[in-house]
Design a protein around this ligand. Sequence first.
Ligand code: NAD
Length: 260
Amino acid sequence: MNLFRLDNKVAVITGGGSGIGQAIAKVFAAQGANVHILELNEDGGKQTATDIAAAGGKAQVHGCNVAQQSSVVATMDKIIAAAGRIDILVNCAGIAHVGKLETTTEEDLDRVYNVNVKGTYNCMYAVIKQMKEQKSGVILNIASIASSVGIPDRFAYSMSKGAVLTMTLSVAKDYIQDGIRCNCVSPARVHTPFVDGFIAKNYPGKEQEMFDKLSKTQPIGRMAKPDEVGTLALYLCADEAGFITGCDYPLDGGFIRLNN
Ligand SMILES: NC(=O)c1ccc[n+]([C@@H]2O[C@H](COP(=O)([O-])OP(=O)(O)OC[C@H]3O[C@@H](n4cnc5c(N)ncnc54)[C@H](O)[C@@H]3O)[C@@H](O)[C@H]2O)c1
Protein backbone atom coordinates (compact mmCIF):
# COMPACT_ATOMS: atom_id res chain seq x y z
CA MET A 1 0.00 0.00 0.00
CA ASN A 2 1.14 3.48 -0.84
CA LEU A 3 -0.10 5.39 2.19
CA PHE A 4 0.27 9.03 3.19
CA ARG A 5 1.52 10.31 -0.16
CA LEU A 6 1.50 14.09 -0.65
CA ASP A 7 2.36 14.08 -4.36
CA ASN A 8 1.97 17.50 -5.99
CA LYS A 9 0.59 19.06 -2.81
CA VAL A 10 1.90 22.52 -1.95
CA ALA A 11 2.89 22.53 1.71
CA VAL A 12 3.95 25.64 3.62
CA ILE A 13 5.91 24.97 6.80
CA THR A 14 6.94 27.80 9.11
CA GLY A 15 10.07 27.33 11.19
CA GLY A 16 11.28 24.65 8.79
CA GLY A 17 14.91 25.58 9.28
CA SER A 18 15.36 23.72 12.55
CA GLY A 19 14.08 20.99 14.83
CA ILE A 20 10.49 19.88 14.44
CA GLY A 21 9.74 22.07 11.41
CA GLN A 22 12.80 20.72 9.64
CA ALA A 23 11.72 17.12 10.32
CA ILE A 24 8.21 17.89 9.04
CA ALA A 25 9.60 19.55 5.89
CA LYS A 26 11.81 16.55 5.17
CA VAL A 27 9.12 13.90 5.62
CA PHE A 28 6.57 15.91 3.60
CA ALA A 29 9.06 16.33 0.75
CA ALA A 30 9.95 12.63 0.89
CA GLN A 31 6.24 11.88 0.46
CA GLY A 32 6.07 14.02 -2.69
CA ALA A 33 5.03 17.48 -1.44
CA ASN A 34 6.39 20.72 -2.89
CA VAL A 35 7.61 22.27 0.34
CA HIS A 36 7.82 26.01 1.04
CA ILE A 37 9.71 26.93 4.20
CA LEU A 38 9.02 30.27 5.89
CA GLU A 39 11.97 31.13 8.10
CA LEU A 40 13.43 34.01 10.08
CA ASN A 41 16.72 32.13 9.95
CA GLU A 42 17.18 31.85 6.19
CA ASP A 43 20.45 29.90 6.53
CA GLY A 44 18.66 27.20 8.52
CA GLY A 45 15.90 27.10 5.93
CA LYS A 46 18.42 26.84 3.12
CA GLN A 47 20.12 23.91 4.85
CA THR A 48 16.79 22.08 5.07
CA ALA A 49 16.09 22.82 1.39
CA THR A 50 19.56 21.59 0.40
CA ASP A 51 19.06 18.35 2.34
CA ILE A 52 15.65 17.87 0.71
CA ALA A 53 17.05 18.49 -2.79
CA ALA A 54 19.91 16.04 -2.11
CA ALA A 55 17.29 13.40 -1.26
CA GLY A 56 15.43 14.11 -4.54
CA GLY A 57 12.67 16.30 -3.09
CA LYS A 58 11.42 19.82 -3.80
CA ALA A 59 11.77 22.72 -1.37
CA GLN A 60 12.03 26.50 -1.47
CA VAL A 61 12.92 28.91 1.31
CA HIS A 62 11.28 32.27 1.93
CA GLY A 63 12.85 34.62 4.44
CA CYS A 64 9.90 35.73 6.56
CA ASN A 65 9.12 36.86 10.07
CA VAL A 66 5.78 35.25 10.88
CA ALA A 67 5.10 37.98 13.44
CA GLN A 68 4.80 40.60 10.65
CA GLN A 69 1.49 40.33 8.84
CA SER A 70 2.56 42.32 5.76
CA SER A 71 5.55 40.05 5.25
CA VAL A 72 3.50 36.88 5.74
CA VAL A 73 0.76 37.99 3.34
CA ALA A 74 3.30 39.01 0.68
CA THR A 75 5.09 35.65 1.03
CA MET A 76 1.92 33.56 0.84
CA ASP A 77 0.69 35.61 -2.14
CA LYS A 78 4.00 34.96 -3.90
CA ILE A 79 3.67 31.20 -3.28
CA ILE A 80 0.05 31.19 -4.49
CA ALA A 81 0.98 33.17 -7.62
CA ALA A 82 3.75 30.69 -8.48
CA ALA A 83 2.20 27.39 -7.34
CA GLY A 84 -1.46 28.19 -7.94
CA ARG A 85 -2.56 26.84 -4.57
CA ILE A 86 -1.66 26.03 -0.97
CA ASP A 87 -2.84 22.62 0.18
CA ILE A 88 -1.16 22.39 3.59
CA LEU A 89 -0.04 24.92 6.19
CA VAL A 90 1.98 23.79 9.20
CA ASN A 91 2.55 26.48 11.81
CA CYS A 92 5.69 25.38 13.59
CA ALA A 93 7.74 28.56 14.12
CA GLY A 94 7.81 29.24 17.83
CA ILE A 95 9.85 30.62 20.69
CA ALA A 96 9.91 30.02 24.43
CA HIS A 97 10.28 31.96 27.64
CA VAL A 98 11.18 30.50 31.02
CA GLY A 99 9.48 32.27 33.89
CA LYS A 100 6.52 32.46 36.26
CA LEU A 101 4.05 35.35 36.22
CA GLU A 102 6.29 37.48 38.45
CA THR A 103 9.38 36.86 36.28
CA THR A 104 7.64 37.55 32.98
CA THR A 105 7.93 41.15 31.85
CA GLU A 106 5.59 42.91 29.48
CA GLU A 107 8.31 42.64 26.82
CA ASP A 108 8.66 38.88 27.41
CA LEU A 109 4.91 38.41 27.07
CA ASP A 110 4.72 40.49 23.87
CA ARG A 111 7.70 38.71 22.31
CA VAL A 112 6.21 35.25 22.85
CA TYR A 113 2.72 36.42 21.85
CA ASN A 114 3.97 38.02 18.64
CA VAL A 115 5.60 34.83 17.31
CA ASN A 116 3.54 32.00 18.78
CA VAL A 117 0.05 33.52 18.73
CA LYS A 118 0.12 36.33 16.19
CA GLY A 119 2.47 34.38 13.90
CA THR A 120 0.05 31.45 13.82
CA TYR A 121 -2.88 33.81 13.23
CA ASN A 122 -0.98 35.69 10.49
CA CYS A 123 -0.20 32.53 8.54
CA MET A 124 -3.73 31.13 8.80
CA TYR A 125 -5.14 34.56 7.88
CA ALA A 126 -2.93 34.72 4.79
CA VAL A 127 -3.95 31.31 3.39
CA ILE A 128 -7.60 30.93 4.34
CA LYS A 129 -9.03 32.83 1.34
CA GLN A 130 -7.08 30.64 -1.08
CA MET A 131 -8.08 27.44 0.75
CA LYS A 132 -11.74 28.53 0.64
CA GLU A 133 -11.51 29.12 -3.12
CA GLN A 134 -9.95 25.69 -3.56
CA LYS A 135 -12.63 24.21 -1.29
CA SER A 136 -9.85 22.23 0.38
CA GLY A 137 -6.93 22.69 2.72
CA VAL A 138 -5.29 21.36 5.85
CA ILE A 139 -3.89 23.46 8.66
CA LEU A 140 -1.78 21.88 11.39
CA ASN A 141 -0.62 23.94 14.33
CA ILE A 142 2.18 22.88 16.64
CA ALA A 143 0.82 23.45 20.13
CA SER A 144 2.29 21.84 23.27
CA ILE A 145 1.33 19.89 26.35
CA ALA A 146 1.45 23.38 27.92
CA SER A 147 -1.77 24.11 25.99
CA SER A 148 -3.76 21.91 28.31
CA VAL A 149 -1.79 21.10 31.48
CA GLY A 150 0.20 23.27 33.87
CA ILE A 151 3.94 23.35 33.23
CA PRO A 152 6.10 24.99 35.91
CA ASP A 153 7.88 28.22 35.03
CA ARG A 154 6.29 28.65 31.59
CA PHE A 155 3.73 31.42 32.07
CA ALA A 156 4.06 33.23 28.71
CA TYR A 157 4.70 30.05 26.74
CA SER A 158 1.62 28.36 28.21
CA MET A 159 -0.48 31.44 27.44
CA SER A 160 0.66 31.28 23.84
CA LYS A 161 0.16 27.56 23.35
CA GLY A 162 -3.27 27.67 24.97
CA ALA A 163 -4.16 30.23 22.30
CA VAL A 164 -2.77 27.97 19.56
CA LEU A 165 -5.12 25.21 20.73
CA THR A 166 -8.18 27.46 20.89
CA MET A 167 -7.41 29.14 17.54
CA THR A 168 -7.25 25.62 16.10
CA LEU A 169 -10.71 24.80 17.40
CA SER A 170 -12.14 28.10 16.19
CA VAL A 171 -10.76 27.73 12.65
CA ALA A 172 -11.81 24.07 12.47
CA LYS A 173 -15.38 25.05 13.33
CA ASP A 174 -15.64 28.13 11.10
CA TYR A 175 -14.29 26.47 7.94
CA ILE A 176 -15.56 22.90 8.19
CA GLN A 177 -18.08 23.58 5.39
CA ASP A 178 -15.28 24.88 3.15
CA GLY A 179 -13.45 21.55 3.07
CA ILE A 180 -10.72 22.86 5.37
CA ARG A 181 -9.46 20.73 8.24
CA CYS A 182 -7.56 22.24 11.19
CA ASN A 183 -5.85 20.27 13.95
CA CYS A 184 -2.96 20.66 16.35
CA VAL A 185 -0.36 18.38 17.89
CA SER A 186 0.87 18.82 21.42
CA PRO A 187 4.34 17.42 22.00
CA ALA A 188 5.98 17.06 25.36
CA ARG A 189 9.72 17.67 25.22
CA VAL A 190 11.28 17.00 21.83
CA HIS A 191 15.06 16.91 21.50
CA THR A 192 15.74 19.88 19.20
CA PRO A 193 18.04 22.94 19.19
CA PHE A 194 15.14 24.71 20.99
CA VAL A 195 15.69 22.44 24.03
CA ASP A 196 19.49 22.45 23.81
CA GLY A 197 19.50 26.26 23.59
CA PHE A 198 17.23 26.67 26.57
CA ILE A 199 19.30 24.27 28.70
CA ALA A 200 22.56 25.99 27.71
CA LYS A 201 21.09 29.42 28.49
CA ASN A 202 19.38 28.62 31.76
CA TYR A 203 21.56 25.88 33.28
CA PRO A 204 25.19 26.55 32.28
CA GLY A 205 27.56 23.86 33.58
CA LYS A 206 24.65 21.53 34.38
CA GLU A 207 23.66 20.66 30.82
CA GLN A 208 23.81 16.85 31.10
CA GLU A 209 22.09 16.82 34.49
CA MET A 210 19.25 18.98 33.15
CA PHE A 211 19.00 16.94 29.95
CA ASP A 212 18.55 13.75 32.02
CA LYS A 213 16.04 15.46 34.32
CA LEU A 214 13.99 16.79 31.40
CA SER A 215 14.11 13.38 29.71
CA LYS A 216 12.61 11.78 32.83
CA THR A 217 9.70 14.22 33.01
CA GLN A 218 8.17 12.05 30.28
CA PRO A 219 7.04 8.78 31.94
CA ILE A 220 8.44 6.93 28.92
CA GLY A 221 11.90 8.11 30.09
CA ARG A 222 13.12 10.12 27.12
CA MET A 223 12.36 13.10 24.91
CA ALA A 224 10.59 12.67 21.59
CA LYS A 225 12.56 12.73 18.36
CA PRO A 226 11.66 15.43 15.79
CA ASP A 227 10.90 12.67 13.26
CA GLU A 228 8.23 11.29 15.57
CA VAL A 229 6.41 14.62 15.36
CA GLY A 230 7.03 14.64 11.60
CA THR A 231 5.30 11.30 11.15
CA LEU A 232 2.21 12.33 13.12
CA ALA A 233 2.11 15.61 11.16
CA LEU A 234 2.28 13.62 7.91
CA TYR A 235 -0.69 11.48 8.90
CA LEU A 236 -2.78 14.47 9.98
CA CYS A 237 -2.04 16.39 6.77
CA ALA A 238 -2.56 13.42 4.43
CA ASP A 239 -5.86 12.58 2.75
CA GLU A 240 -6.07 9.45 4.93
CA ALA A 241 -6.88 11.75 7.88
CA GLY A 242 -9.80 13.29 5.97
CA PHE A 243 -12.24 12.61 8.83
CA ILE A 244 -10.11 14.39 11.45
CA THR A 245 -10.65 18.05 12.29
CA GLY A 246 -10.78 20.11 15.46
CA CYS A 247 -8.50 17.69 17.33
CA ASP A 248 -5.45 18.12 19.54
CA TYR A 249 -3.06 15.19 19.45
CA PRO A 250 -0.70 14.77 22.41
CA LEU A 251 2.64 13.21 21.50
CA ASP A 252 3.94 13.12 25.01
CA GLY A 253 5.49 9.85 26.20
CA GLY A 254 2.64 9.59 28.72
CA PHE A 255 3.13 13.08 30.17
CA ILE A 256 -0.49 14.20 30.34
CA ARG A 257 -2.22 11.04 31.53
CA LEU A 258 0.44 8.93 33.23
CA ASN A 259 2.38 11.53 35.26
CA ASN A 260 0.88 10.91 38.70
N1 NAD B 1 11.14 21.14 21.33
C1 NAD B 1 10.17 20.91 22.19
O1 NAD B 1 10.35 20.31 23.25
C2 NAD B 1 8.78 21.36 21.87
C3 NAD B 1 7.71 20.81 22.60
C4 NAD B 1 6.41 21.22 22.30
C5 NAD B 1 6.18 22.14 21.31
N2 NAD B 1 7.25 22.66 20.63
C6 NAD B 1 6.96 23.65 19.61
O2 NAD B 1 7.41 23.18 18.35
C7 NAD B 1 7.78 24.27 17.54
C8 NAD B 1 9.19 24.06 16.99
O3 NAD B 1 10.07 23.88 18.07
P1 NAD B 1 11.56 23.37 17.87
O4 NAD B 1 11.91 22.68 19.13
O5 NAD B 1 11.69 22.65 16.59
O6 NAD B 1 12.31 24.79 17.82
P2 NAD B 1 13.62 25.31 17.04
O7 NAD B 1 14.07 26.52 17.77
O8 NAD B 1 14.56 24.18 16.83
O9 NAD B 1 13.00 25.74 15.64
C9 NAD B 1 12.10 26.83 15.56
C10 NAD B 1 12.32 27.51 14.22
O10 NAD B 1 11.38 28.59 14.13
C11 NAD B 1 12.05 29.70 13.56
N3 NAD B 1 11.41 30.94 13.98
C12 NAD B 1 11.38 31.46 15.22
N4 NAD B 1 10.74 32.64 15.21
C13 NAD B 1 10.35 32.87 13.94
C14 NAD B 1 9.66 33.91 13.30
N5 NAD B 1 9.26 34.99 13.97
N6 NAD B 1 9.40 33.81 11.98
C15 NAD B 1 9.82 32.74 11.27
N7 NAD B 1 10.51 31.72 11.81
C16 NAD B 1 10.77 31.78 13.14
C17 NAD B 1 13.46 29.63 14.08
O11 NAD B 1 14.37 30.37 13.26
C18 NAD B 1 13.72 28.14 14.08
O12 NAD B 1 14.33 27.72 12.88
C19 NAD B 1 7.63 25.53 18.40
O13 NAD B 1 6.39 26.13 18.12
C20 NAD B 1 7.64 24.97 19.80
O14 NAD B 1 6.93 25.79 20.71
C21 NAD B 1 8.54 22.29 20.87
